[in-house]
Design a protein around this ligand. Structure first.
Ligand code: 5GP
Length: 195
């Protein structure tokens, strides 16, 4: 997705060979115009899948997840990373090891909001080792629903998550695929060093 790649080129900060910081438009401050376009792109890529629900994880998945859900005209549910006092329903849970924080959290979703007839589109901001996406897929499976696809804003293709999830048979659509962060951002398609 050209607009997203341009944004990564102009505003992304390479923190290490492994980590890209994009908190001027995705992870802290959010660019709403870009988010609308991201939502349209996800909706286009998954229009054949008869999605009934978008599932994401707090907090950075919520903006792209909401915009995809708006375009697909379905509800969005976000998994919580911390127990909420008001989340007293029967819960679907999974363990997820965080790539950036190096800690394991239990994530949870109320059983009320994913049912066995749902065709779920999982959305997340980054794909690194695939642990967040796998935990969300586990929650969908626990609900007896179907994972109809996974939409990722930024995939770091040099890390193992993308291959892992594709080998498991998930339909993955990533809007920007990064081949390397060593010495700057290189995208998969053009292998063009921009920073
Ligand atoms: P995974 O579970 O695939 O290993 O990592 C995905 C999660 O880690 C995403 O939800 C995202 O929040 C975070 N993450 C992974 N890599 C990066 C990165 O390079 N930059 C930022 N900002 N977050 C990342």
């Amino acid at each position: 997705m050209k607009l997203l790649k341009e944004k990564i080129q102009s505003e992304g900060k390479v923190l290490s060979d492994q980590v890209l910081k994009v908190d001027s438009f995705l992870n802290h401050q959010i660019d709403p115009v870009l988010m609308v376009e991201i939502g349209k792109e996800f909706a286009k890529r998954f229009e054949a899948e008869q999605i009934t629900k978008v599932l994401t994880i707090e907090s950075s998945g919520i903006a792209p997840g909401l915009m995809a859900a708006l375009e697909l005209k379905v509800p969005v549910v976000f998994a919580r990373k911390r127990k909420s006092l008001t989340l007293i329903d029967d819960l679907l849970t999974a363990e997820v090891h965080s790539f950036t924080k190096n800690e394991t959290n239990q994530i949870s979703v109320s059983r009320k909001y994913i049912g066995k007839n749902d065709h779920v589109l999982i959305i997340d901001d980054f794909l690194a080792n695939g642990q967040a996406a796998l935990a969300l897929a586990e929650i969908v499976n626990e609900a007896g629903a179907k994972v109809s696809g996974m939409g990722i804003v930024i995939e770091k293709s040099f890390q193992p998550g993308g291959d892992l999830l594709r080998e498991k048979g998930f339909k993955i659509e990533s809007l920007a695929r990064i081949a390397s962060l060593a010495g700057g951002v290189s995208f998969v398609e053009e292998m063009e060093v921009v920073r």
